[in-house]
Design a protein around this ligand. Sequence first.
Ligand SMILES: [Zn+2]
Ligand SMILES: [Zn+2]
Length: 428
Amino acid sequence: MLCIKNGMVVDGISDVPYKADILIDKGKVIDIRENIEDAAEEVIDAAGKWVLPGLVDAHCHLREPGFEYKEDISSGTRSAAAGGFTSVACMANTNPVVDNGAMVNYIKSMAMVKGVVKVYPIAAVTKGQQGQELTEMRELKEAGAVALSDDGKPIMNPHLMKLALQYAKGLDMLIISHCEDLSLVGDGLMNEGYMSTVLGLKGITRAAEEVMVARDIILAEVLDAPIHIAHVSTKGSVELIRQAKRRGVKVTCETAPHYFSATDAWVDGYDTNAKVNPPLRTDEDVAAIKQGLKDGTIDIIATDHAPHHRDDKEVEYSLAANGISGFETAFSLAYTHLVETGVLSIQELVHKMSKGPADILKIDAGTIEIGKPADIIVVDLHRTYTVDVSKFYSKGKNSPFHGCTLKGKVMHTIVDGKVIMKNEKIIV
Ligand SMILES: [Zn+2]
Ligand SMILES: [Zn+2]
């Protein structure tokens, strides 16, 4: 038995945090109350700290198979655990692409062997993510894919997207859309605006994202099918989704921590660690993203953890890979920029990073409840620290947040009652 004592608990269900001990046996929560005296073999003292449901990430890239030099399921899930994530849904843009049942099973079995958190595969919408032919969605669902996405690439053909939404709806599966019109992106490298002019880098119009968000909302509306918009980054996208929700369209969406924590000014100095897709935007967009999170337009926060090898990033800006290694800074960025600034309460933040994504993916996670799997984290909300990428468990050290001072640190991570991280150290 394991007992987490004296912490402030946000259980993901109750309206207010409360002080309690949590007793765990055989992987499950068996008691939640003050002053549990049972003799647990292992005790975690959470006095002065907060006890939260393990975080759930609806969007990450674990890179295995095919790109193990960037990340693999072992390093990626350890990085996730270090960031407080106990369940992660990984995208299909591996090599080979996860576009058939055997590949879904392969990811699941590798995760069982090497992973330290729960891994939920997201399978591709089109074969090889080529945007030509739909995958066998029923086979993917039966194999255990939690959603469908060609993330990394947009589905450019609207007719194919319509068919995909139609079939997925029939199977009760969710399509996650990476919204980017490639003809509008052209050879753009960063957000189009003052900074792209100053730096002399070709800009990407916001319309490249917003045109696709609008298209997908219209298709979902016509079909009355659900759709989830990945990594919302612009003020215009937030407004399109806000209006669609008012009309009753079954649209949900996520943003990533970098879209409320950084702007295109961070590209100054041609910092390739600030190169991400969609690109970092402006202060005005950051304000709109925060407002969208506050008023519920933006349902959840997902990392879009996209680790890269230094060889992919230590090149000329135009050649550098897109992406940020995001697991290990996500909670601190969100706490610092959203809770400390009064945008969200701690309960609201926890919802957007645990129960919210679990509900969208229909996975049983995101709360602390008697009888449920003990996926729990202990965080120190008073703790201020400086991000040091050399300490990342991820193979990807690509983060523009290196050197930033953040508040709120994940201290312990427990998955199915097993301590994976203790005092900031992964112990498995
Ligand atoms: Zn994407
Ligand atoms: Zn992604």
